[in-house]
Design a protein around this ligand. Structure first.
Ligand code: MG
Length: 333
């Protein structure tokens, strides 16, 4: 880092970032960015940090993986609001001895995902730290005012759907931690989900535009956590059908090989970055069309929101309470 200096690093970013798109009057290079939102849209804004050793481990995530994930987790939050992403601010706290090649690697991963979703990097900040590497991304998008998806919109009787398959990121992280050779395609998919989650941007935007869900949330901290948050915000309970939870094949086998219940582990495991949706049964056709339009993975109905405020999981052998989700402050660093 030292040899290049802050100006040199900034120049490396500026050289790689395309000019500002429509809606951004001033991008990188001034004291602040200037935005000119299109008429009648609302700005939707979110921020997330990835901290080395807490959220990623450089032993098994490349700098490009870290850059990808730092943006992906923000895009996932915007998708859960039904907002189309537009811009990102990148703030890095970097150890003084951090190799410039790794700085470039973080940019590789972040800028590739940004380009894939038409997101402009419009500014940021570079700081030196004596602590771990911190990659902080703020992301903004646009949404028509009455199309925004909230956690609080659910009603009793709404069906709960999830996109894609779950449990893969938690299983993939454990495979990496255990030094497991994830050679098969299903196992490799788990490891890839941990390293480079694929945010459901097109799906969230399509669902928001079509008003195909009443409530939504992304699965950053696990399915159990998301069900709890949506139910609490909506003033409902929830009933989840354990047999319906779409556990990723590689995760199912991994958890079974550890003698663990795959559904319990999947309910608790975080970082899948799929979407949880609350959808009235009569909106099912709209939901299906939005999903097809977005060309995203399938949706699975996993339960319902209930008038009774209890949060339960139904299994073949009876009903039990919804387990706790993933808790950041309990996680070992
Ligand atoms: Mg979220």
């Amino acid at each position: 880092m030292g040899a290049v200096g802050e100006r040199g690093l900034l120049a490396r970013i500026r050289a790689r970032v395309p000019g500002p798109p429509a809606g951004v009057t001033i991008g990188i290079g001034d004291d602040a960015a200037v935005l000119a939102p299109a008429g009648r849209t609302h700005a939707v804004v979110t921020v997330d940090s990835l901290v080395e050793r807490i959220h990623f481990d450089r032993r098994w995530s490349s700098p490009a993986d870290v850059g990808h994930k730092a943006l992906a987790v923000n895009l996932s939050d915007l998708a859960a609001m039904g907002a189309s992403p537009e811009w990102a601010l990148l703030s890095l706290a970097m150890p003084g001895d951090w190799p410039v090649a790794e700085f470039d690697g973080v940019l590789d991963g972040l800028l590739a995902l940004a380009a894939a979703h038409g997101v402009a990097v419009i500014g940021g900040n570079l700081a030196r730290t004596d602590g771990p590497l911190v990659v902080n991304v703020t992301c903004g998008g646009a949404c028509r005012p009455r199309r925004v998806l909230l956690r609080s919109g659910g009603r009793p009787g709404d069906d709960l759907y999830v996109s894609g398959t779950l449990g893969a990121a938690a299983a993939g992280l454990e495979m990496l931690q255990a030094g497991h050779d994830a050679a098969g395609a299903d196992e490799a998919a788990c490891v890839a989900r941990h390293r480079r989650p694929d945010p459901r941007v097109r799906l969230g935007v399509a669902i928001g535009r079509a008003r195909a869900a009443r409530a939504a949330m992304d699965l950053s901290d696990g399915l159990a956590d998301a069900v709890r948050q949506v139910a609490e915000a909506s003033g409902t309970g929830a009933s989840i059908d354990a047999a319906a939870v779409p556990v990723a094949p590689g995760a199912r086998r991994w958890f079974a090989s550890r003698g663990e219940d795959a559904v319990s582990r999947t309910l608790a495991g975080g970082e899948d970055y799929e979407l949880l949706l609350a959808v009235p049964p009569k909106w099912r056709g709209r939901l299906r069309n939005a999903r097809r339009h977005a060309a995203e993975p399938g949706l699975t109905r996993i339960g319902t929101l209930t008038k009774d405020r209890a949060l339960v999981v139904r299994r073949a052998d009876g009903e039990g309470p919804l387990p706790d989700g993933f808790e950041h402050f309990r996680r070992d660093g």
